[in-house]
Design a protein. Structure first.
Length: 202
């Protein structure tokens, strides 16, 4: 199994890049794991308490479960990938049965911060977009898709997103094998990654 890690700050375009990469690749051979599925289980907290969580700090992620799941997939076993709700700020009761594939792509802002998880990646890709571009995209996306308003996004950006990005996410760029500039859509880079995957699928 080839495991590709794709990291980068919020709004840089990780999900979009992953979708572009896997588009037209066989579903049975290439799978995706999102770091969002591994936000800590927080059912013991009230909704109000959950809104105060710093979701951009590594401790917000259940890396133990992510590591266990990636190890199981590597060993040829299927996993029940949790499903996360950005509206409820918590895992749902659903899971997605995820089978091992020849290629697994793991994407998320903090996946390169954890040494054991980092060591599982055969290829590490960091998607870069400037912070103003990321903030604009995040604002639009979170209002349209994640039930947020402008104040929520801007407060979170100032209080946690920006400092956490500088402290934890940006420094992991140094671990990347490939950095994809993504201020504009980058079809050349997407095609290069797709070529690497296709070679593995031959
Ligand atoms: N290169 C790009 N140029 C303009 N908008 C983009 C680009 N890449 C992604 N977007 C948009 O920005 C928003 C955030 O992208 P997304 O892929 O969800 O980022 P991430 O997964 O890194 O948080 C989405 O609405 C997406 O359509
Ligand atoms: N309940 C939550 C959990 C996380 N977030 C934000 O999601 C961002 C990571 O996802 P991307 O798709 O943007 O990479 C992260 O910056 C968290 O602040 C949230 O808003 N609510």
């Amino acid at each position: 199994m080839l495991i590709i890690g794709i990291a980068g700050g919020t709004g840089c375009g990780k999900t979009t890049v992953v979708n572009q990469i896997i588009n037209e690749l066989p579903d049975a051979e290439v799978g995706v794991i999102s770091q969002d599925s591994y936000y800590q289980e927080t059912s013991h907290l009230s909704y109000e308490e959950r809104t105060k969580i710093n979701f951009d700090h590594p401790r917000a992620i259940d890396f133990d479960l992510m590591k266990e799941h990636l190890s199981q997939l590597k060993a040829g076993k299927s996993i029940d990938q949790p499903v996360y709700s950005f509206v409820k700020h918590n895992r749902t009761n659903d899971t997605i049965l995820t089978h091992p594939r020849k290629v697994m792509i793991v994407e998320g802002i903090l996946i390169f911060t954890h040494p054991d998880i980092r060591a599982l990646f055969d290829i590490k890709i960091f998607v870069h977009a400037d912070s103003d571009e990321r903030l604009i995209r995040r604002l639009k996306r979170d209002i349209a898709e994640r039930g947020r308003d402008i104040d929520e996004v801007l407060n979170r950006y100032q209080n946690t997103l920006k400092p956490m990005h500088q402290q934890f996410i940006e420094p992991t760029k140094e671990y990347a094998d490939i950095i994809i500039p993504n201020n504009k859509y980058n079809t050349v880079a997407v095609n290069i990654v797709r070529t690497i995957i296709n070679e593995r699928l031959l």
